[in-house]
Design a protein around this ligand. Structure first.
Ligand code: URP
Ligand code: ZN
Ligand code: ZN
Length: 454
């Protein structure tokens, strides 16, 4: 064996037990109560928890958006991911008009491959649906990209899918065994509300929230679920942030439909109150954080299993870019940093007793691996799986600050948030890429993950 992790408490989605883990050639080759091998490097995990690395199913690295490009390169974003215990990152490859699906994935891969510090995959965002594109869905699945996304918003940006397109893409995804993810908000409502506020001179970040409040998101959630039900097609709603949408997801799931909801740590920790702050523009993302009732509904959804996954929607912009919207919320590039905070925040909530550690592993690692077609290689601690492992110190007190984060972002919305416990080491395919505050990996290590659903 190359490495043995000894004396730790292993936590998976289903079990908690004490055992040693043997790693060879980047894979977990054995799990036993006591392992010894004089040629192996021994990592002593006494007093610590040993978890599968998190999977962030939703990031926007180096993405042209909001009149600029999100400020974390693939290198910076995946470096930060490793330091927060995330060992697989799913980024969005946005189809340019006239481009094919595999072409889109390959173009992103060319950018990502030399930079990636942890393993990565893509969802292809469809913006230009033509008959040839529908014909390419099966090829994309065969190529190892069985997940697509459409934006039900961003009309002016040329990214939006209307209902006809949403319906066609859902239908085709089902036929080829892929899954469709949607960003659900109602674009027409956002437009008329925004126009009204601007006319009235209401331009602070608070009006970003009011331009797209709870019911604007809920309508689109319901519409997407409606089409998915009609077609009996799998549907994945990204960054769900409102109570009514949560209830609709629950109803559909109770009726037996394959509907998954993802939410993000920012919706579980912050409410719309942040938009009243002087630095409210730094929190501007879409959908916006909602009221307390919605936050409570999301936490309830985690408990009931109706929130399937947690992801970050990591899409940072530098302070000077956020400042473009100081006097006009429509000029604030939408998105925040979070890739390094997901696992630490969720595990800290478990450590404080809000939910179990097993549940955190389930929603941050095991479920995304299953839903997106990379289990059991990813998302669990299992013999034959990749040795993507986090050693977690439950006793460490940690205060999040821009100074102790590892992305290129010059601020964090999580500044000052106190966590109980923190990742101590991260292994990516058996290689130590993070230890106690220090990034130890290197760009180019991360591999493109070819996936297969079911
Ligand atoms: O505000 C956000 N979420 N920016 C990134 C793009 C998206 O809608 O996910
Ligand atoms: Zn979105
Ligand atoms: Zn997003």
């Amino acid at each position: 064996m190359d490495v043995i992790i000894k004396n730790g408490i292993i936590i998976t989605a289903l079990e908690t037990y004490k055992a040693d883990i043997g790693i060879k050639n980047g894979k977990i080759v054995t799990i036993a109560s006591k392992l010894d091998d004089s040629s192996a490097e021994i990592i002593d995990a006494s007093g610590k928890y040993v978890l599968p690395g998190a999977i962030d199913g939703h990031t926007h690295l180096q993405m042209p958006f909001g009149g600029t490009v999100s400020s974390d390169s693939y290198e910076a974003g995946t470096r930060a991911a490793a330091c927060g215990g995330t060992t697989t990152v799913f980024d969005f490859a946005i189809q340019q008009k006239g481009h094919g699906l595999i072409q889109t994935a390959k173009e992103r891969d060319a950018l990502c491959a030399p930079q990636a510090c942890v393993d990565y995959a893509f969802h292809v965002v469809i913006t230009d649906l033509r008959p040839e594109i529908l014909d390419e869905f099966q090829d994309s699945v065969n190529f190892g990209v069985p997940s697509f996304k459409v934006f039900m918003v961003y009309k002016k940006e040329g990214l939006m899918a209307d209902d006809g397109m949403l319906y066609s893409v859902l239908k085709k995804s089902k036929e080829v065994g892929a899954i469709l993810a949607v960003h659900a908000e109602n674009p027409d409502l956002i437009d008329i509300r925004t126009e009204k506020f601007l006319k009235e001179g209401k331009t602070s970040a608070w009006y970003h929230y009011l331009s797209r409040p709870e019911f604007v998101e809920a309508e689109a959630d319901k519409r997407a679920i409606h089409w998915a039900k009609q077609l009996d097609a799998p549907l994945y709603i990204v960054h769900l942030a409102n109570k009514e949408g949560m209830e609709e997801v629950k109803k559909a799931r109770d009726e037996g439909y394959e509907i998954y909801a993802e939410t993000c740590p920012q919706y579980l920790y912050f409410t719309n109150e942040v938009f009243k702050r002087e630095d409210g523009r730094n929190f501007v993302c879409s959908p916006p954080m909602k009221g307390q009732e919605s936050q409570d509904a999301l936490w309830k959804g985690i408990k009931t299993g109706d929130i399937a996954t947690i992801a970050t929607d990591h899409c940072p912009f530098q302070s000077y870019e956020k400042d473009w919207g100081k006097d006009d919320f429509t000029k604030i590039p939408n998105g925040c940093a979070g890739i390094e905070n997901m696992y630490p925040y969720m595990l800290s909530e478990a450590n404080k007793g809000r939910l179990s550690f097993n549940k955190v592993v389930e929603i941050c690692s095991t479920n995304p691996a299953k839903i997106y077609g990379c289990a059991p290689q990813k998302g669990s601690i299992t013999i034959g799986g990749d040795a993507d492992i986090v050693i977690y110190d439950p006793t460490k007190e940690f205060t999040i600050s821009q100074n102790n984060m590892h992305s290129d972002s010059d601020h964090t919305i999580w500044e000052g948030v106190k966590l109980k416990g923190y990742p101590f080491m991260t292994f990516s395919r058996g290689k130590l890429v993070y230890k106690d505050g220090e990034f130890l990996g290197k760009p180019g290590w991360g591999k493109f993950l070819r996936r297969k659903r079911k």
